[in-house]
Unconditional design. Structure first.
Length: 132
């Protein structure tokens, strides 16, 4: 059914964002990982409930999937076309309401699976630690 929350299959990449950006709140979320800006946080969900996510981890969570769409400006950037060209079949928002199952970390990332992403995260964490 359209708009119905479904379980995410284990090998799909999903962007997870919640609440105001960390710099607007004046604080970082747990482990120095800022939550990115998005208006897609579930109603009633707090940014304190967003766990720290590390590069390459596998999670089980409830996501509301929708067909990709974007702004179309004559003569400007067509976000929907760009998503289609990138092979994006659906976009989704993580659900964290009272009736949704809480996110569960299924597997930590092995060092050899996502080495570039994990290296970037280590550099980012080190920079944030120095700035704090």
């Amino acid at each position: 059914a359209a708009g119905r929350p479904v379980a995410v299959p284990p090998l799909i990449d999903v962007g997870w964002s919640a609440g105001a950006p960390w710099f607007a709140r004046g604080e970082a979320t747990s482990k120095g990982m800022p939550a990115s800006a998005s208006a897609s946080a579930s109603p009633g969900a707090s940014t304190a409930s967003v766990p720290a996510v590390r590069a390459g981890e596998r999670w089980e969570l409830t996501v509301r999937l929708t067909a990709p769409h974007g702004l179309r400006n004559p003569g400007g950037f067509d976000a929907e076309l760009w998503l289609w060209e990138q092979g994006v079949q659906a976009t989704g928002t993580v659900r964290a309401g009272t009736h949704d199952a809480p996110p569960v970390r299924r597997e930590a990332a092995p060092w050899w699976r996502h080495p570039v992403e994990q290296a970037r995260q280590q550099v980012r964490d080190a920079i944030l630690a120095r700035l704090a």
